[in-house]
Design a protein around this ligand. Structure first.
Ligand SMILES: Nc1ncnc2c1ncn2[C@@H]1O[C@H](COP(=O)(O)OP(=O)(O)OP(=O)(O)O)[C@@H](O)[C@H]1O
Ligand SMILES: [Mg+2]
Length: 325
């Protein structure tokens, strides 16, 4: 049985629409105009135990809303969801003890307490045994290299240190399901990598089911074999990350290196594709997938080619293109 099962999940927000000008303001007093936004629209997916799934989408796509519904923070307008057999918004105590939500954009720790005490408060809320608490904090602070920061006030921690503490706080009760909303946002590349590797190890060791959003493709590539892509509240891709490239990348990159001594002969390069990069001996071309072979042939015919290299467009760019449509 899947750990997470979502069907027809829909969430609308009613927002008050202001009309411009004085007349509009008067009208607003009499009859308020509301606009309905579909933050999430008929979303369905399943996640099996131990999976680490990337949840991708542009700003405002509905990712946070979905995670909040699955955490019981928001009631859906329609549809159903089951996580570990619970309906999240019924807020069963049994459910609360088995999942965690980390919102990278929000501070969930007590700002005015040293990190350790903030974690202790979290442990008290969950009724975690002292010994287990000490052991978990010891192990996790070691893995995330923030052991020596436990006595620092949360407000004085760096962003990366705080995020690591937030992560530890959300793992204290050893949840079976973890919703991570941008856990690496704003972190420097080193901290990002530490958090990323931590999550990979943790998922491998504990078989925790993780649904993760991130705008950093490096996170997604390092962690997720499967991705769910959502746009305007609707899912339009659910499958292997590798297949995203096959499905959506219309181009490949061809790089040729020519004989070092002579400058490139004056060949009309644009007829082959878009010139992405060029210097005296090197040209990088963006070429339609179905044109790659004929273009390679023509390049070999027309230029003194020393070396040729064909690459996929980076996943970052593919995703950017998908979102731009
Ligand atoms: N409380 C709210 N009231 C009104 N509209 C909301 C509310 N929360 C979210 N929305 C709207 O719902 C849509 C989805 O928002 P959501 O925060 O889920 O997007 P997201 O995918 O997490 O985006 P981001 O990548 O920017 O975090 C947006 O259009 C947003 O403006
Ligand atoms: Mg969000």
């Amino acid at each position: 049985m899947p750990v997470i099962e979502v069907q027809g999940l829909t969430k609308t927000f009613r927002t008050y629409k202001k009309e411009t000008g004085f007349a509009g303001a008067l009208k607003g007093l009499v009859s308020r105009k509301y606009e309905t936004t579909f933050a999430v629209k008929d979303v369905a997916f399943k996640v099996e135990e131990g999976e680490l799934v990337g949840f991708l989408g542009p700003n405002g796509a509905g990712k946070t809303t979905t995670l909040k519904i699955l955490s019981g923070l928001l009631y859906p307008t329609g549809g159903s969801a089951s996580v570990l057999g619970y309906t999240p918004w019924k807020r069963d105590d049994g459910y609360r003890r088995q999942f965690a939500l980390l919102l990278g954009q929000k501070n969930q720790l007590w700002w005015d307490l040293p990190a350790r005490e903030s974690l202790e408060l979290n442990a008290k809320i969950y009724g975690i045994d002292r010994g287990i608490f000490e052991r978990t904090v010891g192990e996790l602070t070691e893995m995330l290299s923030v052991k020596e920061k436990l006595n620092v006030m949360v407000r004085e921690l760096s962003l990366g240190e705080r995020m690591k503490m937030e992560l530890i706080a959300s793992l204290l009760h050893q949840p079976k399901v973890l919703f991570l909303d941008e856990p690496t946002i704003g972190l420097d590349v080193v901290s990002q990598k530490i958090v990323r590797e931590f999550l990979r190890d943790y998922n491998a060791k504990r078989k925790t089911t993780i649904l993760l959003t991130s705008h950093y493709m490096a996170d997604i590539q390092a962690l997720c074999r499967r991705v769910i892509i959502i746009d305007k509240g609707t899912i339009f891709f659910d499958g292997q990350l590798d297949d995203v490239i096959d499905r959506f990348a219309d181009f490949k990159l061809i790089t040729i290196h020519c004989d070092g001594n002579k400058p490139l002969p004056p060949v009309e390069l644009v007829k082959f594709g878009e010139v992405v990069e060029q210097d005296r001996q090197m040209v990088k071309l963006k070429v339609k997938r179905d044109r790659v072979i004929p273009v390679c042939k023509a390049l070999l015919d027309e230029l003194p080619v020393n070396d040729i290299d064909i690459q996929e467009v980076p996943i970052e760019e593919v995703i950017r293109q998908i979102f731009a449509r």
